[in-house]
Design a protein around this ligand. Structure first.
Ligand SMILES: *Cc1c(COP(=O)(O)O)cnc(C)c1O
Length: 405
């Protein structure tokens, strides 16, 4: 394997960051008065809501009034979260879900039927891949996987597809798709486009403004931001959200809980501050690793010179790198002190996952095997700790791994 230490773009991205007008906190503060003029959103922990009389219940059931009825449908705390996300994504409406996967399932299944085809980039999120390959395939839905960095190949695959599923950057490989171009191709072909925007957050990418139909997030990651929520959200035009309500929300039933909506609303208040720190920390750690001869490759969207044209205004702190051939991943992982081993990302603590273990993940349709993730690959979520501390920890672990090679 040739070591790739070509001109590193991280210093440029860091310099651009200080000039860039990063979004301010006003972007994430809910608007409008609350009950009792509460400064913080009340947690409305109620499954059911009461009616005054028969005519009120009849009006609601007939769809002529939108009072709260039952929290699998709507709940005041969840609705406050949804309004805020809709505003941040420039959407007409949004719906909160019990997980990112529930949001993805509810935003794809209602729009697919037997015989339909999905187009998706390779290296997509592991469980989105398994949703298409293991579950939807049983119902006669097929999926074509394309090198998402090749916009012409994506365009060529779209005609005849019912749904174009995007995730930019992709998980582990961090490959960007040209969102404006691919969304236009989907529109021209009459295909619905859905994009997972968890990595960039609404602060650094707004898929709907780039032509995508539905944007989804794992609220478990940056939106909530403290590793204490499993949640998701989908946002888009009213007619699409109505279709999601009808089938994806009521029938699949994976609705967000009031407490998770409240925790995510609380987390969102600091999203601009956290994203600035994740971006800076991620770029600084990526820069340090890319300069080290013991690292074969760094996979980070800042390396794509066209990242801005593809729709990205800033960077999350999650990226991947490959240890040089011969360095044992297990020794490297076990030598880390500050960076902890763990799945997920988006919280304040830095977490790492070795691909070598993910390649052995039990069960069918392992995305890492399917798209050939290197066993030397590590996915690193840079948290909110001092970047210098993280760099020192990673370099020390590299030395330990090198001594063991
Ligand atoms: C974690 C993740 C999801 C799924 O979110 P859950 O809340 O765990 O279901 C979806 N997409 C991406 C990119 C993720 O990292």
């Amino acid at each position: 394997m040739s070591l790739d230490h070509s001109p590193d773009p991280f210093a440029a991205a860091l310099a651009a960051m200080t000039e860039a007008a990063l979004p301010g906190a006003e972007a994430v503060l809910p608007h409008g008065p609350r009950a009792h003029d509460a400064a913080s959103a009340p947690i409305c922990q109620s499954a059911s809501f009461l009616f005054d009389d028969y005519s009120q219940i009849a009006e609601v059931f007939a769809g002529r009034s939108d009072r709260y009825v039952y929290s699998r449908g709507n709940n005041p705390t969840v609705r406050e979260f949804e309004s805020l996300i809709a505003r941040m994504e420039g959407a007409e409406a949004a719906r909160g879900f019990a997980s990112g996967m529930a949001a993805i399932a509810a935003s794809t299944i209602p729009f697919l039927k037997a015989g339909d085809r999905v187009v998706a980039p390779r290296n997509l999120y592991s469980d989105a891949f398994r949703l298409f390959e293991t579950l939807l395939s049983r119902y006669g839905v097929t999926t074509t996987y394309v090198d998402g960095t090749d916009a012409a190949a994506m365009e060529a695959a779209i005609p005849g597809a019912a749904l174009v599923y995007l995730e930019s950057p992709t998980s582990w490989a961090f490959e960007l798709q040209d969102i404006p171009r691919i969304a236009a191709a989907a529109k021209a072909a009459g295909a619905l486009s859905v994009m997972d925007n968890s990595w960039a957050t609404p602060l650094f990418c707004n898929p709907l403004a780039l032509g995508v139909d539905i944007v989804v997030h794992a609220a478990s990651k940056y939106l909530s931001g403290h590793s204490d929520v499993i949640g998701g959200v989908a946002a888009g035009r009213k007619d699409l959200i109505a279709a999601i309500d009808h089938l994806g929300m009521h029938l699949l039933g994976g609705r967000m809980s009031p407490l998770d909506a409240w925790l995510t609303l609380r987390g969102l208040q600091t999203l601009p501050l956290r994203m600035r720190a994740h971006m800076e920390g991620g770029l600084r750690v990526a820069e340090a690793l890319s300069r080290d001869a013991r690292i074969a490759r760094v996979m980070h969207p800042a390396r794509d010179p066209a990242h801005a044209a593809k729709g990205l205004r800033g960077h999350g702190g999650l990226f991947a790198f490959e240890l040089a051939p011969g360095l044992p991943p297990q020794v490297f992982c076990d030598a880390l002190r500050q960076v902890r081993l763990g799945v997920s990302w988006g919280g304040s603590e830095s977490l790492i996952i070795p691909a070598k273990a993910a390649l052995d993940l039990a069960g069918a349709n392992n995305v890492f095997r399917r798209f050939g993730t290197s066993a030397q690959c590590m996915r690193l979520a840079v948290g909110l700790e001092s970047p210098d501390l993280l760099i020192a920890d990673l370099l020390a672990a590299l030395s330990t791994a090198e001594a063991a090679a």
